[in-house]
Structure formats: C-alpha cells, structure tokens
Write a protein of this length. Sequence first.
Length: 495
Amino acid sequence: MLSRRAFLRQAGRVGTGALLTTGVGGGAAGWWTASSSAALTGNELVDGFLPSPPVVPFEAVFRTPPVLAPTRVEADADYYEMTMRPAVVEILPGRSTTIWGFNGQFPGPTIKARRGRRVVIRQTNQLPDAKPAVHLHGGHVEARFDGYPTDVIPFGASREYVYPNRQLAASLSYHDHEMHRTAPNVYMGLVGAYLLEDEEEAALNLPSGDFDVPLIIQDRAFGVDGSLRYTPGMDGMYGDVILVNGVAQPRFGVANRKYRLRIYNASNARGYELTLSSGQPFVQIATDGGLLPTPVPRTTIPLQPFERVEVIVDFSSVEVGSPVILQNGLATGRTAAIMRFDVERQEEDRSSVPSVLRPLERLEEEAATVTRDFTLGMAMGGERMTWVINDQAFDHARVDATPRLGDTEIWRFTNRSGPHPHPMHIHLDMFQILDRNGAPPSPAEVGWKDTVAVGPDETVRVIVRFTDYPGRYMFHCHNLEHEDHAMMGQFDVTP
Ligand code: C2O
Ligand code: CU
Ligand code: CU
C-alpha cells in the first residue's frame, strides 16, 4: 500500500515545483508554481510526462458499480455501512492500481434511495493518509450531515450521515470533501452514485432495470506500474485515459432498444462535449436535479465536472452488429472516444418516453429579496496563483453570504478568469438558471440544477430558495483543483 507521502512523491513533479500542500488547512497558495509548468492544452497531459500505458479501446467489458445492500431496513429508513479503504484493483489490463475507495471500490457502490425514505450511512475511515468528509452532492440535508470540509473522519473513526430524501428524484453522487484535498481524494476513487427514485418517475414507463444504467465518466493518468499518477497543472488534473464506471474505454453490448443513461461527469477538471458517432440525437430527459419538464433532443451535450444529464438513447434505428461510439468533441487523440455501444441483439421494448415528464415549479425572479454578485477570477501572489471568488480565496473563518431561511435569492456568477470555465456548485438547495449573458437558458437547462457551467466571460444568474435547514454550507467551483485552491465560499443560512 502506498502512503500518502509516497503517492504524492510519485505523483508530483519532484524537483520541478508542482507542489500539493499536504497538511489539512495547509493553505490555499503554493500548490502550483507558475514558473514550473507549461500551460495546459486543456485536453492532454501537462507536457514533460510520459503518456499512460496504452489501452486498446473497447476491449474491456462495460460494467455498472454494484448496488449496495442495506444492513438494516426499517419502516421508513434504510441503513448502510461503508468503509473507505485502499485497495488494489485492475483498471489497465495486467497492471495493478492502488485506489482509495468506498468499500475499496472504484467508483464506490451505488446507493438506491427512495423519496421519503431516510437513508442513514455509517462511514468508516480506514485510509491512513486521508481524513475524508463525506458529502452528498445535490442532497438536501442538515448542515451537520453535509460533509463540511473540516468535519472530517479521522483514521479508524466512523461518522453517521442522515439523508432525509425529501426532494425530487435525481441522480446524485456522494464524494469526499476534505479541506484542500478533495481533488486528490476523489482522484484516488472516493466518489459513487446515489440514485434517488420516486413514484411519479416510476409511473412514467421510462427504460428501467438493465436498461437504466449510470455512466460515471472520469479521466485518469497512470504510471507504467499501473499506479494512478496525480500531476495537476494550473487548470487542474487532466488524465489521458478515459474511464467509465472505473473501466478504461469499455464496450457495452446492448439490445436494439431504448436505454436510459445517467451520465455523470465525475472528472476532476475535464469538460466534455458528448456526441454519438451514429449522428443520432440523445433525448435528454433530466439534468442535475432530475426530470426536465419535457424531453429535449440534442446531438451535442456539454458537461462540466459534476454536472449530470440523463438521456434516452434509442438503438432501434441502429442495425444489429453495428457499433455506436460515445465521443468527446472537446478532445483529440486517445481521450476523444469514451466508450462503445455494440448493438448485438434484438429485444422487445415496452418502455416509452412521454412528451411531458415532470411539471416544473418555477422560481419567480420577483420573489427574490437579494441579488449577490460573485466574480470568478485568478489571483497571482508572486509566482504562485490561486483561483478566487470576489478576489478572495476560501477562508473557513469568513462567511460570504447569509441568506435567511425561506428566502429566495439571485446569485450572479461572472467569469473574469480568461479562457477557463467554472462549474459553480451550491450546496443545500437546487437552483434554476435565470439567464446566461442576459439570454434565457436553453430547454435543456430549464430545470433544477446544482452545478452550472460559467463559461469564459459569461455572466450566469441563478435563482435559489434556501429551505428547511439553517447552518453553514459551501458553494464552489467543481473543477476540483480550483475548489481546493481555493475557489470556494460558504453561506450561513440564518433562521
Ligand atoms: Cu460535489 Cu461541494 O460538492
Ligand atoms: Cu455538493
Ligand atoms: Cu473553476
């Protein structure tokens, strides 16, 4: 097993200055030195590194993470236990990779939750080199269960998280949120899917069972020995191997029928523009916060870190025996192909995609009592740089906003950081997009979101209502290296 120090030594650019702070509270500055690293192309590794060992695309077989069984079931609650621990797994054929996983799995096991039924997860930390704080991304939960970055679980200790699931059905995820170390911890594997379902959705007759699958997309870099290599540049960590559900560029043998794909961008920094090689459209049915009002056909879907979309892909128009490749239009070379669907059998399809999915309760602009401005930027101090909000790096002693419980607010994010997009994420409550540079959101973004891409020079206004739980919550860029260094703020919901 690799100690954290050895991992960082192996991962870092020893002697060339790409340093990662290693102490909790180790400060936001100093993780990346401007003089030490060539600029990222945005798609490939920082130069100076050997590429990962080659992967034969579409050779490995697609799989979905196992669904975790509860340890105890009560009338209105399901209890789970997970242990975060190092494990050695085979990601590249014939090579061993040490990961840090929930139950030693990469990605973690899937939790299936039901709206109105409480989920209680007891998390135990058996990672000698991490002190995780577990966060339910998109979850509407009490502050003490939200994985505040200093509410960490020491080695050998456990912590219980209570998720009420009093919110709409959606594809959520759980992941580590340790202060200044979320990026390397998630990179090592501390992330999993949390699927919240409800009766309204089940009544829609969408593809289900084997035809409803998560695609957790991540990029990673590997050394020749198979070890994960963590070598972030100023814009974050870009790997040159694309994984889906922990498998490198898998092939998925499918029937010639409709599938529901729950697509997670669980990459640290990489953005995607998803397309299908067949040219056919995805029919998008959901976004971060679950079902859209109506299905939206799209041939290209941009997806920044920790945004999710759910799509229906209908393989019935594809001839049996033909492949369909899921591609990333933003990448070239070995990262351009994500996975391949091989349409290999006929099957009856009784599922349907109704033209009305879920009515949207719109938050009205007039209901907002406050507008807050958050300008996203970079700050240089000497030769060091950090990512900042309103010129400030995260400081856990500073509160950046104090919404009142029950109030509706407009948050305006303005990107003034040059060519870098920032997927901005707000904890506690889902929001709706009011406009981008003054224009109303596209039909695919009309719905509940918890993470919104704020592109270069863009101004995005979102509207959010703070409900049910007072206390301190985070908001931050979900490029994980930006988040750690230190494009993050906190709001304190006051009763
Ligand atoms: Cu997905 Cu604050 O996190
Ligand atoms: Cu979150
Ligand atoms: Cu960012």
